[in-house]
Write a protein that binds this ligand. Structure first.
Ligand SMILES: NC(=O)c1ccc[n+]([C@@H]2O[C@H](COP(=O)([O-])OP(=O)(O)OC[C@H]3O[C@@H](n4cnc5c(N)ncnc54)[C@H](O)[C@@H]3O)[C@@H](O)[C@H]2O)c1
Length: 261
């Protein structure tokens, strides 16, 4: 039996990248999946590939009305929802001095407000229907450290981390677990926009312990664990999936570094 047998999951940003990998894995593990994204063509194609267990729903996470529509479509097709993966996100590289208020609000509106609206809409439904659910919020290593050029993105991901802790408190006693996932580099359009070969991309990761970028499936498997009953006593957790990036980078000249023995 699949690890998500009998469960229905909404996956935002599910049309491509990590969201698509998560949608495929969840269906393989027995779930029904609602692929909720602004990318209609990619989302429809993935839903067709996955068959009866999948539904594509056009969805802009920054809109409260859109969240209501996703919930209604999910309940109409699958009868309810037990899992939410707040995965949709956008990245922007700009220095603080070059970031306009509109730039900043756009990134926060999708990454943080979108996650807040998802938690609010779906947790409310879970509470009203007495569902013991799981919410997985995709943050980032940039929600745990600083990085130049990422004021809006890092603020949004730190916000997702904080929101996750609050939600874990408010919904834990109602049977809903809420956790955050903190990927490092993932080989998707976001981190590899020019689709360079993996060995080229890996060069930029030579100074982290696992010395490579991750594949989206490697993050999806962690979301699967948190979504499933295997994680029945895990809430408010922050799971790094970063190849060791946050513990440190090698100093080439010192012993213990790669090639230094
Ligand atoms: N790629 C990385 O290196 C990396 C690292 C850490 C965290 N993340 C996070 O992982 C998540 C998935 O990113 P990815 O790497 O798959 O990138 P991606 O760009 O391939 O996918 C992002 C998805 O979000 C969707 N999206 C964007 N705005 C939306 C909106 N307003 N409403 C609904 N959907 C919207 C996009 O259409 C796309 O399908 C993001 O939250 C990202 O911040 C990615």
């Amino acid at each position: 039996m699949g690890r998500l047998q009998g469960k229905t999951a909404i996956i935002t940003g599910g049309a491509r990248g990590m969201g698509a990998a998560t949608s495929r894995l969840f269906v393989a593990e027995g779930a029904n999946v609602v692929i909720a994204d602004i990318l209609d063509e990619e989302g429809q194609a993935l839903a067709s590939e996955l068959g009866e267990a999948a539904l594509f729903q056009h969805h802009d996470v920054s809109s409260e009305e859109s969240w209501q529509a996703v919930l209604e479509a999910t309940v109409a097709r699958f009868g309810g929802v037990q899992v939410l993966v707040n995965n949709a996100g956008v990245l922007m590289f700009k220095s603080i001095l070059d970031t306009s208020k509109a730039d900043y609000e756009r990134v926060l509106g999708i990454n943080l407000v979108g996650t807040f609206l998802g938690v609010k809409t779906i947790a409310r439904h879970m509470v009203e229907t007495g569902v013991a659910g799981s919410i997985v919020n995709i943050s980032s290593v940039d929600g745990m450290k600083g990085c130049n050029a990422l004021s809006a993105y890092a603020s949004s991901k730190w916000g997702v981390r904080g929101l996750t802790q609050v939600a874990a408190m408010e919904f834990g006693h109602r049977g809903i677990r809420v956790n955050s996932v903190h990927p490092g580099g993932v080989n998707t359009v976001m981190s590899n926009p020019f689709e360079q070969p993996k060995d080229q991309i890996d060069k930029a990761y030579r100074d982290i312990p696992l010395q490579r970028i991750s594949e989206p499936e490697e993050v999806a498997r962690v979301s699967l664990f948190l979504a499933s009953d295997d994680a029945s006593y895990v809430t408010g957790e922050e799971v790094k999936v970063d190849g060791g990036l946050l513990i440190g980078r090698y100093y080439d000249t010192l012993p213990g570094a790669p090639d230094k023995g």
